[in-house]
Structure formats: structure tokens, C-alpha cells
Design a protein around this ligand. Structure first.
Ligand code: ATP
Length: 269
């Protein structure tokens, strides 16, 4: 579904991404939920930005990003053909939400655009808001984004991204502003709604290998703008080969040990 080749990002003579390659298979195939994991500043968000056509000004990218067989490098997602337009949930939810429009109206809009009647779209939007963890979906639906907390806005963005059908969901640290319980719920939701037949594939960006391991079958480890290891999550946890992967595994194990059992499933003790 997604094929990135020789992706290089340069700014002011500094190379930020060194010709990286990345594949995310179509939903229903092994690896349809793939995580890019690395320390802060390693190049994760730039990779996601290149896939979404949102590279910051002053950063030049070269190489190839093919999504559903279309070359999309440098083309912002809204300007792409339907079949090659990914949906996104990111670190900064204010980018995705219109500040003046009620959240429920925003989540219902793509459902209506797909042909649902207004009342059906509204009901589905309430279901999605409930699924992302709003205890009172009606109150969330009638709120403007500024009336929500940062974590609530992030969940509203996730509901919006799930309402938009697409070949790929790019989720860049979508759980950072969330408490552990809500984080677990959002990870479960992403596992239910991505990667299966008829669902979008998932490119999941995180610094937290433990979260990636709960959700994704394949992990790509990034360090200093290079993709240093690609492995099945179980292989990576049991036998990491790069120093970056070993550090991530050690950090995930420490976090796992510090949290109650079952909070982080999928990471061996
Ligand atoms: N607009 C920009 N101009 C110049 N350098 C940038 C720009 N955006 C990112 N960088 C640099 O590119 C490198 C990779 O940044 P990126 O945002 O991809 O990191 P990251 O792995 O997502 O980190 P984090 O987990 O902290 O979000 C960093 O060294 C960063 O300073």
C-alpha cells in the first residue's frame, strides 16, 4: 500500500533523512500495521510528513513515496486522488480540527460526503466519539475544539480520521497526550479499526516500543535519520540487533515493569 524509496530530507546543508526505504503492506496482509519507532529527533515525524505531503518549509525531500501505486511525494494529501489520500492523526490536533465548528459536525461531515443521511452520519459520529473514549459523546459532539482538553482534542481527531475512509492511516504519536487507561483504549481501537480486510493500513509513529508492540506486527527502528532495523515485533523484542533497538527494548521493559500487569500487553517481561 505504501512504498517509500530513497527518501532523503535536507535542510540548510544538514541531512535529516538519509535515503530511507519503508513498506506498509495493504490491509489484510502481515505488517499492515507497521510502526516507526525511535528516539526524539530521529526522523519519525519527518517520515510521516513526507508520506502526508506536509514537509515543513525549508526542508527539501527527494526520493519516492508511492501510495496505492500513485507517486505522491510533495503532493499535499488533500490534493491527491481519493485512492491515494491517507488520513492522519498527529501530535498537534489543532491542525486537523476547524476551531469554529462543533466536533460532531466535523466528524459527521466525511460520513455525509460518503452518502450517509444527516441523521445516520450524526449517529455514526456519536458512536465514533464514544469509541474513542468520550463518556458523554453528545457533549463532545456539541463542543468546539477549544472547549476540549488537549487529550480530548487528540481523541476527536482520531474519531475524525476513522470517519474518513482511506488506504492508510498515518498516526504520529496519537497517544502522547492521553492517560494510560485512555491510551490503552485508543490502541485497542486502532487495532480493531485498522489493518484488517476493508480497513486502512496503519503507519504508526511512536517513541514507545511498548505501545508499538501492542498494536503493530512490524517495527522499523529509526536512528539519526536512518532506518537501522526492520523486524517482526516478537523478533525485535527477543533479539534486537542494533544499539538503537536494544535501547528501545530496554526502555519498554523498564516501563512494563513499572506498570501494572496487562496495562501493556504484548511485551514480554
Ligand atoms: N522544519 C525543520 N527545519 C529544520 N530541521 C528540522 C525541521 N523539522 C525537523 N527538523 C529536524 O529533523 C530531525 C528529525 O525531526 P523529527 O521531527 O522527524 O523527529 P522525531 O523523531 O519525530 O522526534 P519527536 O519524537 O521529538 O517528535 C531533528 O533533528 C529536527 O531537529
Amino acid at each position: 500500500m505504501l512504498r517509500v524509496r530513497s527518501l532523503t530530507a535536507v535542510t540548510a546543508g544538514r541531512t535529516l533523512l538519509h535515503g530511507v526505504d519503508l513498506d506498509v503492506p495493504a490491509a489484510g496482509m502481515p505488517g499492515a500495521r507497521t510502526a516507526v519507532v525511535g528516539a526524539s529527533g530521529s526522523g519519525k515525524s519527518l517520515t510521516a510528513a513526507a508520506v502526508l505531503g506536509r514537509v515543513p518549509p525549508g526542508v527539501q525531500v527527494t526520493g519516492s513515496v508511492r501510495l496505492a501505486d500513485q507517486e505522491v511525494l510533495g503532493v499535499p494529501a488533500p490534493r491527491r486522488a481519493d485512492g491515494s489520500r491517507p488520513s492522519a492523526v498527529g501530535q498537534d490536533p489543532s491542525r486537523a480540527l476547524h476551531p469554529l465548528v462543533a466536533v460532531g459536525t466535523q466528524v459527521a461531515a466525511p460520513l455525509q460526503a460518503l452518502g450517509a443521511r444527516r441523521s445516520a452520519a450524526r449517529a455514526q459520529a456519536l458512536d465514533l466519539l464514544g469509541a474513542v473514549g468520550f463518556a458523554d459523546p453528545r457533549a463532545a459532539a456539541s463542543a468546539r475544539p477549544a472547549e476540549l482538553s488537549g487529550g480530548q482534542r487528540q481523541r476527536a481527531c482520531l474519531a475524525l480520521a476513522l470517519a474518513r475512509p482511506g488506504p492508510l492511516l498515518v498516526a504520529d504519536e496519537p497517544t502522547t497526550a492521553l492517560d494510560v487507561v485512555t491510551q490503552t483504549r485508543v490502541v485497542e481501537l486502532l487495532r480493531e479499526r485498522t489493518g484488517g480486510p476493508g480497513q486502512p493500513a496503519l503507519l504508526f509513529i511512536t517513541h514507545d516500543l511498548a505501545v508499538a508492540a501492542q498494536l503493530c506486527q512490524r517495527v522499523v527502528v529509526v536512528e539519526g535519520g536512518r532506518f537501522v532495523e526492520v523486524a517482526h515485533v516478537a523478533e525485535l523484542l527477543s533479539a534486537p540487533t542494533s544499539s538503537a533497538a536494544r535501547a528501545l527494548v530496554a526502555a519498554a521493559r523498564r516501563a512494563h515493569a513499572a506498570l501494572p500487569p496487562r496495562t501493556l500487553v504484548g511485551v514480554a517481561p
